[in-house]
Design a protein around this ligand. Sequence first.
Ligand code: FAD
Ligand code: DLZ
Ligand code: SF4
Length: 506
Amino acid sequence: MKTLRFILGDQLSRELASLRDIDAGTDVVLMAEVMDEATYVRHHKKKIAFVFSAMRHFATELQDRGYQVDYRRLDDRQYGKSLRATLVQAVKRHRPDRVVVTEPGEWRLLTDMRDWQSACGRPVEIRDDDRFLCARKQFNDWFDAQKQPRMEYFYRQMRRQTGYLMVADKPAGGRWNFDTENRNPLKDNVELPAIKQFRPDAITADVLTLVDERFADHFGELTPFRFAVTRSQALAVLRHFIANALPRFGDYQDAMLQDERFLFHSILSLYLNIGLLTPREVCDRVENAYQSGHVPLNCAEGFIRQIIGWREYVRGIYFHEMPDYADNNYFSAQGKLPVFYWTGETDMNCLHQVISQTRDEAYAHHIQRLMITGNFAMLAGVAPGEIHDWYLRVYADAYEWVELPNTLGMSQFADGGLLGSKPYAAGGNYINKMSNYCQHCRYKVSAKSGPDACPFNYLYWDFLIRNRDQLEHNRRLAFPYKHLARMSEERIAQIHRDSRRFLQSL
Ligand code: FAD
Ligand code: DLZ
Ligand code: SF4
């Protein structure tokens, strides 16, 4: 039976469900660079280049292994504008008996895909994406059985299921979680590992020219481009991370440092999300590094939790809650995204640092995303849809299944506490504790009010006052609300004045 196997840009895995039973003699693999996917949000230039280059390399690899690949380049004269149009054209060309696909990571495309059969006139089989450790059904069953679902309990179940860092049925070291050891600030004299970089080859050079011509008005710097674009390069990044950064990953997981963009982070999310690496192989290698004594337990546990815990959990939430999840707006926030999110031009040094780095690298690490750009947007009352659109555009690892719950749920609390138990809201003190950004800022982190005071300081209280009805019964916020109850009328009026003046100036 001749089968057309349509592989999407973030499905570049040899073991992909829709490639598993491929017959090199009869089947055709279809891959396509299409305008709709590159512009449904106007992705960062580096993200488009990364996806296209990795797609072209993957197609070449399949061809080298003897498969017939129909690869439609964006600059081919005759190409489909959308994935659906491309499929319809390809069915006419190849006349397959059926089409096989793997479910996509975004709801909009899954809905569209369910219609492809009638559009192309052939049976379309949509296979589960089993590159994750927790199937969608397994997650839904677990989630629906919980009174109050929390990531920590899901994570413990995943530890038992996978056996990572387990001694019989007990967690290694006697504890599930070493987070309290993982909140150290970083001194600027600590030596940081270099990141693994790759020089663009001829395929990437072609893609860079294409992106430069066709997406010149998208956000972000295209060069220098140094991402891995093949599986073997992605494996080299993984090896480099385990050898050089993982041994101190846990200790400094939440730290931020002026002009230092990567610290001890892995920069693996983009390769995991596009399919060049699997979560299982990444965790296997981290477990081995722990068992061989190369990395301490708090680092191995901190890392494995992000992958088998958070990564799987947000995907589960996404598919459990969509399509309504995207419309959540617990605080009814209506503000516009400040223009400086696109330019980086702001006197607030923490935001300037993170946004400039995002523009240059299409990368920021978790605490930068959560506690700088995310925290500010929430305190400033930016509409969740606006900030969601920004995160989906600007990071090379952004696909809605992972970006939306992180943005809307974790960072904006717009789901009212489904994902996290309290908003990640913080004033300047937190940022000053975890970074040295404040030492280079024109605002004074120690000042609470007035034009020179750190804006996070008064915006934090303004946020708690504004959303008192939604938040004051949250037990994890008992302390700040007690503090607020003791605040004088005059101080509260000052907070309002400072906040209004500042927000109007944006
Ligand atoms: P490391 O710090 O080295 O962590 C290791 C791995 O753990 C990551 O590669 C990633 O695969 C996984 N991981 C860690 N935290 C999370 C998390 N909260 N959710 C899912 N996986 C996690 N991650 C994305 O992959 N794509 C996104 O679009 C995305 N958007 C985010 C938006 C916001 C507002 C926030 C707060 C977080 C977002 N994250 C997203 C999660 C996290 O910030 C990134 O996975 C991480 O910064 C990627 O860098 P790294 O590979 O160096 O991670
Ligand atoms: C992100 C992306 C981009 C920029 N371009 C393409 C493309 O041209 N062709 C393609 O098949 N996939 C692309 N992707 C990835 C898809 O957007 C991704 O598969 C869906 O968002 C589902 O996760
Ligand atoms: Fe950011 Fe405030 Fe520190 Fe400036 S003083 S870097 S605005 S936290």
